[in-house]
Design a protein around this ligand. Structure first.
Ligand code: AMP
Length: 212
């Protein structure tokens, strides 16, 4: 489909019309869905996320974005939307946070001809790395990046699937700067606003495609 119309997401060729699932998501929310790339993009993400109760532990509602990754048209619209938001010339490299951030980072990097830098869980990187420990919504963790991951001042666009308390993101942004990069932007597909991640990252900005 090439037409652009109300409820369509994505530039030109491959634009998609939001379907029944999105309409249901809006109805469930009882209000217009919101996000930093507008309501149509927010509806798109909402239509392709599954809520998994009590995963990976009791009382956590896991936001599973695998349906979005598995839908080629929707995934392309999301990747294009992220690039459009930041501008393809605003960053030199894309940083993906293990593991679901890798999926998004690799797609953005390929679409823009940039490289990828992985930020990994402790003990996975083979060479000298900087480490940052932080608290998760469900536990504690340490993230690492190779010490030579960036050239001086290299501009990094950082991406992940979900922003919860912001600990993961803050550790990652700190790692980028410790390793000599600069943070050009930070995008998540879905933000859990009630956990205060955006406030925790302030004054650094957050670009979230869907905020719930
Ligand atoms: P946080 O550090 O609390 O912002 O947690 C964000 C990181 O943990 C991201 O890498 C997410 O993939 C993951 N995460 C935390 N909470 C959730 C959730 N409710 N659903 C899916 N992923 C989550």
């Amino acid at each position: 489909m090439t037409e652009r119309s109300e409820g369509a997401v994505g530039p030109g060729e491959g634009a998609i019309r939001l379907g029944e699932a999105a309409a249901e998501a809006v109805a469930r929310a009882g209000t217009e869905l919101r996000g930093d790339s507008g309501p149509a993009m927010a509806r798109l993400v909402a239509s392709r996320v599954l809520d998994v109760p009590d995963f990976p532990k009791p009382d956590v509602l896991f936001k599973d974005l695998m349906p979005l990754f598995a839908d080629g048209v929707a995934f392309r619209a999301v990747v294009d939307g992220i690039v459009e938001h930041h501008g393809r010339d605003s960053f030199d490299v894309v940083v993906g946070i293990e593991a679901r951030g890798f999926v998004v980072a690799a797609a953005i990097a390929y679409a823009t001809g940039k490289g990828v830098v992985p930020v990994r869980k402790a003990g996975k990187l083979p060479r000298a790395a900087y480490a940052e420990s932080y608290a998760l919504e469900y536990g504690e963790a340490t993230l690492e990046v190779h010490q030579d991951a960036f050239t001086a001042g290299q501009r990094a666009l950082v991406v992940d699937d979900v922003l919860a308390t912001g600990g993961t993101a803050r550790a990652t942004l700190d790692l980028v700067e410790r390793a000599g990069g600069t943070v050009a932007g930070f995008t998540v597909l879905l933000e859990l606003s009630f956990l205060g991640g955006r406030e925790r990252l302030s004054p650094r900005g957050v670009h979230a495609l869907l905020t719930v």
